[in-house]
Design a protein around this ligand. Structure first.
Ligand code: ADP
Ligand code: MG
Length: 311
């Protein structure tokens, strides 16, 4: 119990009293919070925090509190963030229109500058400030810092009646190379890296890498003990308009078969990111909502499945 912080003990208390059946209570009693925690203590957990889950201030505070709690409990969280609504707000003031293809934002040269201002500036600074107020020792960086991520212009293919067609997404990049020296240096020295996915290419251009894809690759490169994508829905659903159709647990192969039918829009790079992390040896990938109370801690440290587990 020594390592359990206030939120964690509250959570286990809550489990015992409200959310779990008698069998689960028994399991929880024999596997108290620390046993779950032992799985992650001293290990890296990569948390992708989606922009669409940042718009509610209370939910945002809840997410960041949990990240800070994990760090205090001896886990090494690494936060990688998106920032869709913040990009949109800056686009609106600059009169730039936004278009998405399969969850990737088409990014022209002048909009790339605005994307960088929103992600590496506004959102990154906001998260670092709040995490530091929670004592998390956060350091804001982007894929550019220390040459951490090298981007390569993405060749995006879509399937249509004519077969496969290539779409030019502009300055949208894929992760080409990762150098984990900088995040490891920060982690080893007690800092929590908060990473914007904006990265440069060998061609000297800046690229907007979808934050899910960036995070999936990073989870693999850092040999994370888990990959968690926090979004604005409770997980992968058979029918996104029906929350009760949430898939609690699915294998990578099963997930692959759902692209194009069940998995659409922003969920495409998110599930792809989970698959990349799993392929690179991360044992489990989760998609959860930032608005569900204590969703990170419940999904990782209890037997309550509030989101979707892919493994
Ligand atoms: P984020 O900012 O977290 O990356 P996105 O909007 O990019 O959020 O992706 C999440 C969105 O994906 C959901 O809000 C939902 O509209 C959409 N989506 C598409 N298919 C599904 C599905 N099968 N289950 C759940 N959400 C889905
Ligand atoms: Mg997205």
């Amino acid at each position: 119990m020594a390592r359990q912080s206030l939120i964690l003990s509250k959570l286990i208390h809550m489990n015992l009293n409200e959310h779990v059946s008698v069998t689960d209570i028994h399991t929880l009693n024999s596997l108290p919070g620390d046993s779950y925690l032992d799985q992650f203590a001293g290990k890296i957990v990569v948390i992708k925090y989606g922009g669409n889950a940042m718009t509610d201030k209370k939910a945002q505070a809840g997410v960041l509190e949990q990240v800070a709690e994990l760090k205090k409990a001896g886990v090494y969280p690494v936060v990688i963030h998106g920032g869709g609504p913040f990009i949109k707000a800056l686009f609106d003031t600059s009169g730039i229109k936004s278009e998405f293809v399969d969850g990737h934002r088409i990014t022209l040269k002048d909009s790339m500058e605005v994307v960088e201002q929103a992600l590496s500036g506004k959102v990154n600074g906001m998260l670092v400030n709040q995490l530091n107020r929670l004592g998390a020792n956060a350091v804001g960086i982007s894929g550019k810092d220390g040459g951490m991520v090298q981007a390569l212009k993405r060749t995006h293919q879509i399937k249509n009646e004519n077969g496969t067609e290539e779409i030019d997404l502009g300055f949208v990049g894929d992760v080409e190379l990762i150098n984990t020296e900088l995040p490891k240096l920060l982690i080893d020295n007690g800092y929590l890296p908060v990473i914007s996915p904006v990265s440069s290419g060998a061609d000297g251009e800046d690229y907007n890498i979808n934050a899910d894809m960036f995070a999936g690759h990073m989870a693999g490169a850092l040999s994370a003990a888990a990959f968690v994508a926090i979004t604005n829905v409770d997980g992968l659903m058979e029918d996104p308009s029906k929350p009760e159709t949430r898939i609690e647990s699915i294998t990578a192969d099963e997930a692959k078969s759902l692209f194009g039918t069940v998995i659409k829009g922003g969920m495409i790079p998110k599930v792809e990111a989970c698959l990349i992390a799993l392929e690179k040896g991360v044992p489990a990938a989760h998609i959860i909502s930032g608005s569900t109370e204590n969703s990170i801690l419940r999904q990782l440290l209890t037997n309550q499945h509030v989101g979707t587990l892919i493994n």
